[in-house]
Design a protein around this ligand. Structure first.
Ligand code: DAH
Length: 338
């Protein structure tokens, strides 16, 4: 019996040394500690041992069993630790690596300026209305007091779609749509894209305008200048002033061109204002009575003022952009500056 135990111990030590996987370890447990394993076998053999020797022999077997269990436990703990370490190595994250940047988009400068203009006028009680980009001749021209064959049609190079429809050349047609659907008092802004066959450093075949229209009792040119003063002061600088110059638009009488005192040189003269001290920013005037009448508004009771702002022009002035193409090329190096 003792001889058997000695041989078994030797075998056990040899096996332990060979274990390299969880499967090996499980097989080891089965072979030595399992119900039908070698130690259970030894226990069974106790029956054949003499009565006097049995307790001592039982203790030897038991000690051996405790020893095998301890070996098994130590090895299984070691393997578990190794497994964990391997997993940690595999899943390790190098927190010193630079993070992947998620780039955030930003507003296009034209959108920024459009929103800024809307904000200023919304503060004066203006609502926003949007009309269609494909417009009919009546809204874009005729009802704005530009009859067919009128020379002022040549002021704008129109993209005609057929004899009736065209790509709107101005947001002014929005005035007609608003007055058709609302009764005075009216105070609206009409932002939108407009189209003209024109292209150079300061003109693009597609650009953006913001129309303004106020119709109520007793509205005069003074109201226009007062509103525009507030507008340019918020947009450019609190110190700028406006200047009205006589002009001509078929849908306003009188018509004016609005200049703002140069916000770059405070009127002293610089390259931005071409050494005049003034910069032209928009057109406007008192709504022609015929336009009001064309929309069923009694021009003896009501009067109106209107203005049209070129959003590209304002954006280029405000940010010192010298080529309109930059606004449409979508070059990130340009756009990221806003
Ligand atoms: N529609 C004009 C243009 O595109 C701008 C304009 C001038 C709009 C005078 C107006 C206005 O409402 O009163 O050149």
């Amino acid at each position: 019996m003792e001889e058997k135990i000695r041989a078994l111990r030797e075998r056990m030590e040899e096996r332990i040394g060979q274990i390299s996987s969880k499967e090996n370890l499980a097989a080891f447990w089965q072979d030595f500690l399992g119900k039908k394993g070698s130690i259970a076998e030894l226990m069974k053999g106790l029956g054949a041992v003499s009565k006097e020797d049995r307790p001592a022999m039982g203790k030897v077997i038991n000690d051996f069993k405790v020893q095998v269990e301890a070996q098994y436990k130590a090895l299984s703990e070691k393997m578990e630790q190794m497994e964990l370490a391997a997993r940690n190595r595999q899943e390790a994250v190098d927190i010193t690596l630079p993070a992947k940047k998620r780039e955030l988009g930003s507003m296009h400068p034209l959108t920024l300026v459009k929103n800024e203009i809307i904000n200023v006028f919304a503060g004066m009680g203006f609502a926003v209305f949007e009309g269609p980009e494909i417009e009919d001749d009546a809204h874009n021209f005729t009802r704005l007091n530009v009859p067919k064959d009128h020379p002022s049609r040549d002021m704008q190079d129109t993209f005609y779609l057929d004899s009736e429809y065209l790509l709107r050349t101005q947001t002014s047609g929005g005035q007609i749509r608003v007055m058709d659907s609302q009764k005075p008092p009216i105070k609206v802004l009409v932002p939108g894209r407009v189209f003209r066959s024109d292209s150079d450093a300061t003109h693009s075949p597609m650009f953006h305008q913001m129309e303004g229209l106020v119709v109520d009792k007793g509205i005069t040119l003074c109201d226009l200048q007062g509103m525009l003063d507030k507008f340019v002061q918020q947009l450019f600088d609190a110190s700028v002033r406006t200047r009205l110059r006589p002009s001509y638009f078929p849908f306003t009488e009188p018509s004016v061109e609005v200049d703002v005192s140069c916000f770059e040189c405070a009127g002293k003269g610089c390259s931005l204002c071409k050494h005049t001290g003034w910069i032209e920013v928009l057109g406007g005037g008192v709504v022609h009575p015929k336009v009001l009448e064309n929309c069923g508004i009694d021009s003896r009771e009501y009067s109106g003022i209107a203005f049209g702002i070129g959003i590209e022009r304002i954006t280029m002035l405000k940010y010192g952009i010298n080529n309109i193409g930059l606004l449409f090329e979508n070059d990130l190096r340009f756009l990221k500056q806003f």
